[in-house]
Design a protein around this ligand. Structure first.
Ligand SMILES: NC(=O)c1ccc[n+]([C@@H]2O[C@H](COP(=O)([O-])OP(=O)(O)OC[C@H]3O[C@@H](n4cnc5c(N)ncnc54)[C@H](O)[C@@H]3O)[C@@H](O)[C@H]2O)c1
Ligand SMILES: NC(=O)c1ccc[n+]([C@@H]2O[C@H](COP(=O)([O-])OP(=O)(O)OC[C@H]3O[C@@H](n4cnc5c(N)ncnc54)[C@H](O)[C@@H]3O)[C@@H](O)[C@H]2O)c1
Lengths: 218, 218
């Protein structure tokens, strides 16, 4: 059983390896991965060792092998379809960002520190507002939330992002669970109650703000 | 010198202690803090030990003392004023959330897992769009970004949140540095170049999505 704190570091390792791999580096060391991600080389080695014996002591990891291995561990060697519920301010920001992070922006180089695996894609959005239902926003079709069950099955949605107001979040989560969604990224400031086999991440942008406050006095 | 990975855990410890403290619990143990935050009790003790000797072995921490100590460490025993640059989709979502997280929403109980210290407040926003400048949004006045230097001084802004498009981010960061801002929360997918005494956090909502992909196959 892999601790969640490790699972949260894996995408950073993947990004780091992706960066070295794209620059044609064949071997990547734990100190390079540590420097890129901000974790200690010891932490890097300890984390990766949970998944197998793939480093060479004193040398490092085969970049191509590690790149594939991390994608495999994260389930990203296949297409993973994501749905978004709530096309308000936050929902629209997520879709815009989704597009920019993949395509880059004219005149601005895509930053390797922000790459998103191309297999992980938001492919549908759901809302209740009649003004938003039936349109396409940032290349994503918007359906009525009544279609959540049907579209989840049809499109094979596996992860749902909840960007709805707090008072709708529990009801929407319930629909997602009924639809067989196993992983939810929730932005609404409410504690969702779900079955044990459903993973909920509660995203909180203010936490980083609170950590930053530390640096105003240190 | 406190490692950044520890600084990122501190706001969670503060929230946990706040929760126990509000429920009139006088002593809080490292295992209770660990269970609340998801970190191991050993990690909790190790982190807190970096700041002093305040636990009693086999008993725990004085909740009131720890609550104050954590606020002190995070610089949150004084008012810390935050500015927001970019009142687009993301900026508006942050201001909405700012209001909801503090006030709660009618009919929905504020979740202790989402509390924000009341001393940390977004007090001003900046934009270039004439439609947005000069209005008040979610109780926050919106100024033109040309006024960033002046307002930062006048309002004592210490942290700036950047929710502008990627091609404006570097220029805005430069203005913030000139204004004496020491901590920046950047959402734009570009790598900001700043002096060594300025701390930049690069927020990335997609990272959690990538970690969640792990749970679709495990
Ligand atoms: N965690 C954080 O750091 C953070 C930051 C910003 C926003 N938020 C939260 O994200 C959520 C969205 O914020 P916002 O500013 O975009 O809100 P918003 O009001 O702009 O958007 C909410 C959208 O959800 C839709 N909606 C409402 N009920 C629905 C339902 N039952 N099914 C489907 N769609 C529904 C609305 O029509 C609207 O389009 C809020 O809960 C907010 O508190 C969290
Ligand atoms: N890191 C993440 O996970 C994540 C998620 C969502 C959005 N984003 C990023 O956040 C940023 C904002 O996204 P959005 O959807 O809200 O964009 P948006 O286009 O809706 O809003 C941008 C706002 O910035 C203003 N602006 C532009 N140039 C400015 C300048 N020089 N000074 C002040 N204001 C200026 C615009 O007038 C507009 O109001 C983008 O860079 C986006 O990629 C990141």
């Amino acid at each position: 059983k892999i601790p969640d704190v490790v699972v949260r570091r894996l995408p950073l390792y993947l990004r780091a390896v992706e960066d070295f791999y794209r620059k044609d580096q064949a071997i990547v060391s734990s100190s390079q991965l540590g420097e890129w991600t901000g974790f200690t080389p010891a932490q890097v080695r300890k984390d990766l060792a949970l998944f197998g014996e793939f480093g060479k002591q004193g040398i490092g990891y085969d970049a191509r092998f590690l790149h594939n291995k991390l994608r495999e561990i994260l389930g990203l060697t296949r297409d993973v379809s994501v749905g978004l519920v709530g096309l308000g301010n936050l929902g629209r920001a997520l879709l815009h960002h989704n597009v920019r992070a993949r395509m880059g922006t004219p005149g601005v180089e895509g930053d390797p520190k922000h790459w998103v695996p191309e297999t992980l894609r938001i492919v549908a959005a759901f809302d209740v507002d009649p003004e938003k239902v039936g349109v396409t926003y940032a290349q994503v079709p918007v359906y009525h939330v009544d279609q959540l069950l049907g579209k989840s099955a049809e499109l094979g949605l596996e992860i749902m992002v909840l960007a709805v107001p707090p008072d709708s979040a529990e009801a929407v989560a319930y629909e997602c669970v009924k639809a067989g969604i196993k992983a939810i990224l929730n932005f609404a400031p409410v504690n969702l109650v779900v079955p044990d086999d459903v993973k909920v991440y509660s995203a909180d942008l203010t936490l980083e703000l609170q950590s930053l406050a530390f640096y105003t006095t240190h």
